[in-house]
Every structure is written in structure tokens, then in C-alpha cells.
Design a protein around this ligand. Structure first.
Ligand SMILES: [Zn+2]
Ligand SMILES: [Zn+2]
Length: 269
């Protein structure tokens, strides 16, 4: 199993896991997780650097770096230069998470859009895929991606929890959908429908740790070890075995993010 989106080295207040990053990765390995993509996308350089340092320190970890739409208002020329430098590092397998969040509106919408466009242009220059965060902004997300020809590098809608119609549009545009633990919740109708209709070769799995723990851990702190619950739910929805879905989602992650994803976490002691 590959957890394609987890904040396991974040620098924000209260981000630490029991046993630290080493502890959370050991529990993941014990649960059968082979690789974790560590996302460093707050609004500053230390947050991005923490993800890259994690990928350098642990086998079986890769990084995604960028500026979260919440923090788009922080971007000035100096910070952007650092984004460009850090995203070019070999441990970084995708640019992001970037996109539009019109639910929280933590940054002005026009600033979010401008920063989103910059990330897409950077991903195209670096020839790396995009990790997209989108909430309450589906139509504009798709339009910006199309206007910037993001399909030249492709990417993933991370923590997919939108409408089925949007999910299918993104699949049409060549993107992958990363299914979060929310799919195990009772009111996950649109996500379940999207999983049902999406081809198996375009789905990824993620936890978005420490947020959004799947059933039966809902309300607890999430961690990569729990990604197996999402895998099981997708297998149930599609009427496939867990092994079939695991094999397919692993192959999908390798196809999208590259050969670095074949690196494996150290086995649990
Ligand atoms: Zn996100
Ligand atoms: Zn995230």
C-alpha cells in the first residue's frame, strides 16, 4: 500500500505524532504500508524543508512541496524563489498541494488563483505532476487547469470529496483521484459513486494524516497505518479483492509519481 498524501513531518503547532516521524512510519510499515508521500505545504520554507528532510532521512518516503491555497497570501518573490528551488529537489515527486479553497477563504480568491497558476507553470517547467487541493471551487479549478494546460504534466485531485460529475471531468482531463478515509463515512454517497464509476487504473489512496481518520477511527488522529481501511472500502465498492486494489493503486502511484515510489519503508522491527 502507498499512502500518497500524509503530513508526517509538519512543523505546525501540535503536528507531532506519538513516537515522532520514526514512530508513525514504523506503525505504517507494520500495517503493510510500503511508501508514504510526505506533504510539506504550509506557507513557509521550514514546512517545505521538513518534508524534503523526511524523504532524505527515511527509505520509502517521498516529498511534495508547495504553498497551500490557505497560505497563498504569504507568497512574495523571496518565498516563491524558495518554492522553485525546493520543488526541483530529486526527493520531490509532485508540486503542491496547490489549488483553490473557497470554503475557508483563508487567502483572497484572486490571490489563490494567481498562486495556483504559478504552481502549474512551475510543474510544467519541472516536468513534475501536480497535487491539487480544491474545495467549493470545482468549476474554476477545472478551468484554471485547462487554461494552463496542466494535462501536459497531469496530477491528482488529492482528498477527493467533490461531486461525482467533477471527478469524472478530472478523469477525462487525464488526472487521477486520490480517495481519502472519508469514503468510509456513512454520508459518502458522491465519493462512493465516483469510485464505482472511475476506472481502477486512475485511483490512488491517501490518509491526509493527521486529518480525517477513516472508520473505525473517526475522530481520532489519523495516520498512514489506517490507509488500509480506504483500500478495503474501495475493494468492497468495486467488488474486487483487497489485493487487486492494492496492486492497482500501487501501480498507479508509480506511473504518476515515478520510480522513486518503488522505494520501501524499512520493515517494522
Ligand atoms: Zn489538502
Ligand atoms: Zn494535505
Amino acid at each position: 500500500m502507498i499512502d500518497t498524501h500524509a503530513h508526517v513531518a509538519a512543523t505546525w503547532e501540535g503536528a507531532a505524532y506519538e513516537g515522532g516521524t520514526a514512530g508513525v512510519l514504523a506503525r505504517a510499515a507494520a500495517a503493510g504500508v510500503e511508501h508514504v508521500i510526505c506533504v510539506g505545504a504550509g506557507g513557509d520554507v521550514p514546512e517545505m524543508e521538513s518534508a524534503i528532510a523526511c524523504a532524505r532521512a527515511f527509505a520509502g518516503v517521498s516529498a511534495i512541496t508547495g504553498i497551500h491555497p490557505h497560505d497563498a497570501k504569504n507568497v512574495d518573490d523571496a518565498l516563491w524563489q524558495e518554492v522553485e528551488r525546493l520543488c526541483a529537489q530529486p526527493e520531490v515527486v509532485a508540486v503542491g498541494e496547490t489549488g483553490l479553497d473557497f470554503h475557508y477563504d483563508s487567502s483572497p480568491r484572486d490571490v489563490q488563483e494567481a498562486t495556483f497558476r504559478r504552481h502549474i507553470q512551475l510543474a510544467r517547467r519541472l516536468k513534475k505532476p501536480l497535487c491539487i487541493h480544491t474545495r467549493d471551487a470545482e468549476a474554476l479549478t477545472l478551468r484554471v487547469l485547462q487554461e494552463e494546460s496542466a494535462n501536459a504534466v497531469g496530477g491528482v485531485i488529492h482528498c477527493f470529496s467533490g461531486t461525482c460529475a467533477f471527478g469524472l471531468q478530472m478523469l477525462d482531463y487525464g488526472f487521477y483521484l486520490s480517495i481519502p478515509g472519508i469514503v468510509t463515512f456513512k454520508k459518502a454517497g458522491e465519493i462512493v459513486e465516483t469510485v464505482l464509476q472511475a476506472p481502477l487504473d486512475r485511483l490512488l489512496i491517501e490518509t491526509d494524516s493527521p486529518f480525517l481518520a477513516p472508520l473505525p477511527y473517526r475522530g481520532k488522529r489519523n495516520e498512514p497505518a489506517y490507509v488500509v481501511q480506504t483500500l478495503r472500502k474501495i475493494a468492497e465498492i468495486k467488488g474486487l479483492t483487497v489485493a487487486e486494489v492494492e496492486q492497482a493503486t500501487n501501480a498507479n502511484a508509480l506511473r504518476l509519481f515515478g520510480p522513486r515510489l518503488a522505494g520501501k519503508l524499512a520493515p517494522a522491527p
